[in-house]
Ligand binder design. Structure first.
Ligand code: ADP
Ligand code: MG
Length: 547
């Protein structure tokens, strides 16, 4: 091969950006994502209205929901969305915080790169800083008594803050705490454990959020399929069926040609026979109640009623799943192969006013928070807030550590990291300092979103912390810097630790890339027209809408 001529190994359509261009491109994409959710942070954060390609609307303040619904069309941006998802999985809250910190880490890293600091010491410095930050968070955290209901309520309230659920936090926070306590067990070692898989949220439209309640079992918002069926069955054997109770034979096809009366009658008889057999099978199993995820034929409904069996059709998949926990049943996919052992046991009680079933199992406790609200949009956003609060309270009862909120932890940890930076040698020191600066984004944005001057707030906060006030944070309601712990703005320590971890991992992942090779343009959503993002290298690929 001739000297100096590059060997061509890529197709003409493919694109490649390297070194600083690649870094710039990635940093800008990541920042665009974090910018998009930042305005929702904190109690005074705004909501976003997301309209999907089918025209259906979600109104939310929840970081991970926004990012998942945003139809992001850029590979780097998608890595940041994963930060939110891992935060949601690991901690159940703090997604906006994690994404915002990741964006700020990358912004500050960009400035270091600009000053010719190599990515390796930046990544190393971030890694050191994150480790130290987690240790400091643990040091600052205080133990919470898992029986301290009033503190746990504050925790639930703080986590609902800024969401639709906040308006009704007075009723919802106690419900969340009671629900968690209903599924908490303390074993011999004295450590409480919460079985989160036994906590459910169910929604019903039509009444006010203040009418929400907690039920010691599952809630199924369905009606019996037939008027002659029993409405409630106590001490019931419950069959959970993910199969149709309908005719499977050829006559189900309306197109079939039938040329004489006898043949027609024969078909009808055969259908009747098949349905009868299905219902007999259910009766033989000993089922008193059937929750069926699919359809039930009219005639089968009639036979079921004759057998005195209560049946519900088109139950939600999620309902069947929670029911299987509650009554300890196996979901049956083929009626033919169903066995007695697949059935569960419990009380199925009809609430005629609310037109729902309450289902309680025999032993292991279960709690359902039944949320009510005027419309689907309202209950959906309530549900997101309450799910977060359930996670937060559940994990805190197990983990036992809480912190003062309102940006106080971030300021304290930042200040301790700056002290720590002095002991770090080389360029890594700059990265540790940049990390400290990045954490301060949280109080800055909280102040901004509350309509306050973020510089003033930051100065006040730093002053208070320098004076030894470890719990000084911003109370967004009053606009004052005060002991937020006393003001009832409390957060779980593990949410902050996880946010630091997730943000650092994402930032380092992005920083390690110095070469982007793409087959085709850099869009992850092929075939769409998209506005190109103005990033280094002038490559196509952008972020769909919303920016
Ligand atoms: P995330 O998705 O990160 O949980 P949120 O919108 O729930 O985002 O905001 C969480 C942040 O809001 C936390 O830093 C928390 O301390 C702060 N916060 C909650 N309530 C208040 C309040 N009353 N005043 C100031 N900050 C608050
Ligand atoms: Mg939150």
């Amino acid at each position: 091969m001739q000297q100096g001529r590059p060997m061509i190994v890529m197709s003409e359509d493919s694109q490649r950006v390297s070194d600083r261009d690649a870094q710039d491109y990635n940093i800008q994409a990541a920042r665009a994502v974090s910018q998009a959710v930042r305005s929702t942070l904190g109690p005074k954060g705004m909501d976003k209205m997301l309209v999907d390609s089918m025209g259906s609307i979600t109104i939310t303040n929840d970081g991970v929901t926004i990012l998942e619904e945003m139809d992001i069309d850029n590979p780097t941006a998608e890595m940041i969305v994963e930060v939110a998802e891992s935060q949601e999985d690991e901690a159940g809250d703090g997604t906006t915080t994690a994404v915002s910190i990741a964006g700020e880490l990358l912004k500050n890293a960009g400035e270091l790169l600009e000053d010719d600091v190599h990515p390796t010491p930046i990544m190393q410095g971030f890694h050191l800083a994150a480790e130290r930050a987690r240790a400091e968070i643990d040091d600052i955290a205080v133990a919470i008594d898992p029986d301290d209901e009033s503190r746990l309520r504050k925790l639930a309230e703080t986590s609902m803050t800024g969401k639709r659920s906040e308006v009704d936090k007075g009723v919802l926070a106690p419900l969340v705490v009671d629900a968690v306590s209903a599924v908490t067990r303390t074993y011999d070692d004295g450590k409480p454990t919460v079985d989160r898989s036994r906590l459910f949220v169910e929604t019903q439209t039509g009444r006010r959020p203040a009418d929400s309640e907690i039920v010691a079992g599952a809630v199924v918002d369905k009606d019996p399929v037939h008027d002659e069926m029993p409405r409630s069955v106590e001490d019931a054997n419950v069959l959970l069926l993910d199969a149709r109770i309908e005719v499977t034979s050829a006559t189900a096809d309306p197109e079939i040609a039938v040329d004489n009366r006898e043949a027609l009658q024969e078909f009808v008889d055969r259908d009747e026979q098949e349905l009868k057999e299905k219902v007999e099978k259910i009766a033989d199993l000993g089922a008193d109640v059937v929750f069926c995820q699919r359809g039930i034929d009219k005639l089968a409904q009639h036979y079921l009623a004759q057998e005195g069996i209560l049946a519900v059709r088109r139950a939600k998949k999620a309902d069947l799943e929670s029911l299987s926990d509650v009554v300890d049943a196996t979901i049956v996919n083929h009626l033919e192969s169903a066995e007695e052992a697949d059935l569960g046991h419990g009380d199925v009680v009809r609430d005629e006013d609310d037109e729902l079933f309450y289902v309680e199992g025999d032993d292991a406790p279960v709690a359902t928070v039944l949320l009510r609200g005027s419309t689907d949009h309202v209950v959906d956003e309530l549900e997101r807030g309450v799910e977060d609060a359930l996670d937060v309270v559940a994990r805190t009862v197990t983990d036992g550590r809480v912190l003062a909120g309102g940006g106080g932890v971030e300021i304290e940890v930042a200040s301790r990291l700056r002290d720590y930076a002095d002991s770090v040698s080389g360029r890594e020191q700059l990265a540790v300092e940049a990390f400290a600066d990045s954490l301060e984004l949280v109080p800055r944005v909280l102040a901004e979103n509350a309509g306050l001057d973020s510089i003033d707030t930051l100065v006040d906060l730093r002053g208070a912390h320098d004076g030894g006030d470890v719990r000084a944070g911003l109370n967004a309601w009053t606009g004052d810097v005060e002991d937020t712990f006393e003001a009832g703005i409390v957060e779980p320590a593990h949410v902050k630790e996880q946010a630091v971890t997730a943000a650092t991992e994402a930032a380092n992942l992005v920083l390690k890339i110095d070469d982007i090779v793409s087959a085709g343009d850099l869009s992850t959503d092929k075939g769409d027209d998209e506005e190109p993002m103005d990033a280094g290298g002038g490559m196509g690929g952008g972020m769909g809408g919303m920016m």
